[in-house]
Design a protein around this ligand. Structure first.
Ligand SMILES: Nc1nc(=O)c2c([nH]1)NC[C@@H]1CN(c3ccc(C(=O)N[C@@H](CCC(=O)O)C(=O)O)cc3)CN21
Ligand SMILES: CC(C)C(=O)C(=O)O
Ligand SMILES: [Mg+2]
Length: 272
């Protein structure tokens, strides 16, 4: 296997726009730490998201709500140090941008200044328009996120598919057009019907990145721990698991324990 587009030295928001323009799908994955980011970047992924799913995957919380701006900056700065090529996008966490555009701008600027990331992502449409406009005005690229927006899970109550009804689908279409009009460089579509993803992706000139949104988004994203099978608890229908690292890691660790107990590790060559 070889890395796609080896001629691209550094992926920018313009690069992923060009990928959409020429009809090439965009690959995206999450990462939360330096070592994983190095692997994901070197394997050729174009966009790395430092997702607030770190709250679930890294910290063991049930939702994405508890993770703080400081914690997101810690994860993002670690990821940036591991990345040579990919575009690094960071989720603004819950409470750092909703309802106050000045605070939203401060939060985005802290992420850019303190982590070295290239862009931020924000959940929502019309409700957070002013915050997005302020951040874009400061020169910070913004990615939208519509459909299933986990930061508002307590408003909806479930992680079920979004925008199945006509009214909600129309609001999503309107929000997507608005995000493009104000200058977002892309939009994540999470857990919506495949047909709606197709409509939105054809309507927009900017790229859509889908998760549980069917094959017609301009790109796809998954949580790295889910797709590698490190996390063996989360198996939604939209997930394709490309490895079973949970089993591989468990067997390796059990083998180590056996070797220590058996006085097999370390041997003479492993000692001074
Ligand atoms: N590990 C992990 N992977 C993710 O993809 C992810 C996170 N964490 N945290 C933040 C959000 C939350 N996401 C979610 C959460 C639940 C479902 C989900 O489909 N859960 C149930 C169905 C629930 C329902 O229908 O009510 C499932 O079994 O598929 C999907 C995406 C996606 N994101
Ligand atoms: C699932 C992706 C899109 C995300 O927002 C996250 O990982 O936090
Ligand atoms: Mg997120």
């Amino acid at each position: 296997m070889s890395v796609h587009n080896p001629d691209i030295k550094r992926v920018t928001t313009h690069t992923i726009q060009e990928l959409k323009n020429k009809g090439e799908k965009i690959s995206a994955l999450t990462a939360y730490d330096y070592s994983m980011a190095r692997v994901v970047d070197a394997a050729g992924v174009e966009l790395i998201l430092v997702g607030d799913s770190a709250s679930n995957v890294m910290a063991g919380h049930e939702t994405t709500l508890p993770i703080t701006l400081d914690q997101m900056i810690y994860h993002a700065s670690s990821v940036v140090r591991g990345v040579k090529r990919a575009l690094v996008v960071v989720d603004l966490p819950f409470g750092s941008y909703q309802g106050n555009s000045s605070e939203a701008l401060r939060s985005a600027i802290r992420i850019m200044k303190e982590s070295g990331a290239h862009a931020v992502k924000m959940e929502g449409g019309q409700e957070i328009r002013e915050s997005i406009v302020r951040i874009l005005s400061a020169g910070v690229p913004v990615m939208g996120h519509l459909g299933l927006t986990p930061q508002s899970i307590y408003k909806f109550g479930t992680y079920a598919v979004r925008a199945k009804e006509e009214a909600e689908a129309q609001k999503l279409i309107d929000d997507a057009n608005m995000l493009q009009d104000i200058g977002c460089f892309g939009v994540v579509l999470e857990k919506i019907p495949a047909a709606l993803t197709k409509t939105v992706s054809q309507n927009l000139t900017i790229p859509t990145i889908g998760i549980g949104a069917g094959p017609d988004a301009d790109g796809q994203i998954l949580v790295i721990h889910d797709m590698l099978g490190i996390n063996n608890a989360f198996k939604p229908r939209f997930l394709r698991q490309y490895a079973d690292l949970h089993t591989i890691m468990t067997e390796a660790i059990a083998h180590y324990v056996d070797d220590v107990k058996a006085n097999d590790f370390p041997n003479e060559k492993e000692a001074y």
